[in-house]
Design a protein around this ligand. Structure first.
Ligand SMILES: [Mg+2]
Length: 239
């Protein structure tokens, strides 16, 4: 398994809409996003889309229609020379109190279970506070906020909360370039033994049985991460 990059969909890969993306005709790539995914693929990263799609639970779109939109997304990425390894989506509404809707890390844990991902070698890229919080709760090595979609608003909210992302990027292309430039640092970071946020969260949300034994025996600890931002000239503090 290579380095895993988790991508939010709406506002990161495609243009978001307050009215939800309900058909393939409403799905439009953000310029450069497919090339960015191609860059990640070429660099040997495994790309996973992790997306809340409550429009399904709200009855605004069927799972079949969502699959058609996903097919259009994958086709566009493939045409650019990239690859989306897998897609995980949460169809629930906030009222469903599920374990998969971001900011909860359930979808990332599903990806870990299915693909044997080591979260110490992973990054999450999103445009929402929920994405950054999901990355923290899961135990990803870094969380990147893009300023497309809701990114600007999210940046303000994260600043206010005192929980900035490790990196702020103009768009997915800049995020991809940053990830690739820092792959050696992100991959070689040594993690001290600790009680993992990820482990605690997985127990709390009763999804630990979905995690592989190897995953559990190799917990990552987010508190070891902050050095990453110091490695970048484009990190949050400097912008
Ligand atoms: Mg989004």
């Amino acid at each position: 398994m290579g380095f895993a990059v988790f991508l939010d969909r709406d506002g990161v890969i495609n243009i978001d809409s307050p009215d939800y993306i309900k058909s393939e005709n409403e799905f439009h790539f953000i310029p450069g996003s497919t090339d960015a995914i191609a860059l990640l693929t070429e660099a040997g990263c495994d790309v996973f889309v992790i997306t809340n799609q409550s429009a399904v639970g709200r009855g605004m779109i069927t799972k079949g229609e969502l699959d058609i939109i996903f097919a259009k997304m994958k086709e566009g990425v493939t045409r650019a020379g990239g690859r989306i390894n897998d897609i995980f989506y949460c169809p629930h509404t906030p009222d469903d109190a599920c374990l998969c809707r971001k900011p909860l890390p359930g979808m990332i844990f599903q990806a870990v279970e299915k693909h044997g991902i080591n979260l110490s070698f992973s990054v999450m890229v999103g445009d929402s506070v929920k994405d950054i919080e999901c990355a923290r709760k899961a135990g990803c090595a870094a969380a990147v906020l893009v300023l497309t979609g809701n990114g600007q608003k999210s940046m303000t909210a994260l600043e206010k909360k005192g929980t900035p992302p490790d990196m702020m990027a103009a768009d997915l292309m800049e995020a991809a370039q940053w990830i690739i430039a820092h792959l050696p640092d992100l991959s070689n970071m040594s993690y001290q033994s600790c009680v993992s946020d990820e482990f605690t969260m997985s127990e709390q949300f009763n999804v630990s049985n979905q995690l592989s034994a190897s995953k559990r025996s190799n917990p990552s600890c987010l508190s070891k991460v902050p050095d990453i931002s110091k490695l970048s000239g484009q990190d949050f503090q400097s912008r």
